[in-house]
Design a protein around this ligand. Structure first.
Ligand code: ADE
Length: 288
């Protein structure tokens, strides 16, 4: 979310609505730590809707066999549609347009979730996440309500709840107020394409490994330079794709670095020359 919007709109700054067969899993999974605190402090809100509560089937069934045969069961269109409608109407009652809220179907077939996408989604006021189960959901309801198909990676999970929680966590971190100053001050992996630099805490010596000297120096500029260098080294080694992106956007860094190194080289050269001159000028010691 845009920082300026913080003044324009009231808390919560982001309202998550999750359509699921396992609402407790979502509630429990998001009740602790930073996200739990953000919910308690009303920076974000979380509504879970049990899709089963919306079935018109007298046995509370929400799934059926796929037409044309095949393994597994499909979630039917009716309960999913009605669950979505209840959320859209709820948002409308609060003065926003629930029918326009983005509806994310969490599915391995979607585009891959990323930090960039988390940042984009954090600009919304309402997000509706639809969690599938069984072999999927009747295509007709997806066509009617889904705006975004998003996957958390190329592997298949048993349901959409864990991916939905992953997305809610990553999006919430981008919402103003959710992270404390100290937490948001932490340099972000991916935020600028670079992986995090190595970190150390007490004691200075552990298992015969010493904390890098520069971190004890108290020289903040030197520490920052070291951290950036370490981030670059690590990113180049582990994620050359990200390194390339960073390098393309930060060419001035390499220019400045080259200039810095050239200055250092000249200084050292001068000092060596001076040293030699001093030796030459020193009068020969008189023999005893
Ligand atoms: N549902 C099952 N597997 C998934 C994945 N990898 N991403 C999003 N939703 C899923």
């Amino acid at each position: 979310m845009n920082e300026d919007r913080q003044e324009d709109i009231k808390k919560p700054y982001m309202n998550f609505h999750v359509l699921t067969l396992f609402p407790d899993m979502i509630r429990q999974g998001l009740s602790e730590s930073i996200i739990g605190r953000a919910l308690a402090k009303d920076y974000i809100s979380l509504e879970t809707v049990n899709i089963r509560d919306h079935t018109v089937d007298k046995h509370k069934k929400v799934d059926d066999y796929p037409y044309g045969g095949g393994a597994g069961m499909l979630m039917q269109a009716q309960p999913v549609y009605d669950a979505w409608m209840s959320v859209a109407e709820g948002i409308h009652r609060q003065g926003r347009d629930g029918k326009k809220a983005r509806v994310i179907y969490v599915t391995p077939q979607g585009r891959t979730f990323s930090q960039e996408l988390a940042k984009e989604l954090a600009k919304e006021e309402d997000l509706i996440l639809l969690c599938g189960h069984y072999e999927g959901i009747d295509e007709r309801v997806l066509e009617e309500i889904v705006t975004d198909y998003i996957s958390i990676g190329d592997y298949v999970l048993t349901g959409g709840e864990l991916p939905a929680m992953v997305m809610i966590d990553a999006i919430s971190r981008m919402v103003p107020g959710v992270l404390s100053n100290a937490e948001s001050g932490v340099t972000e992996s991916f935020g600028n394409y670079l992986l995090e630099y190595p970190q150390y805490s007490r004691p200075e010596l552990w298992h015969e490994k010493r904390v890098p000297e520069v971190l004890l120096s108290g020289n903040h500029q030197k520490v920052d330079e070291w951290r950036l260098e370490e981030s670059l080294k690590r990113t180049g080694k582990l994620r050359p794709d990200l390194y390339e992106k960073w390098a393309a956007e930060n060419q001035e860094y390499f220019v400045k670095k080259a200039k810095r190194e050239e200055r250092k080289r000249r200084k050292e050269l001068k000092q060596r020359q001076k040293g030699r001159e001093n030796v030459q000028q020193k009068p020969l010691e008189k023999p005893e």
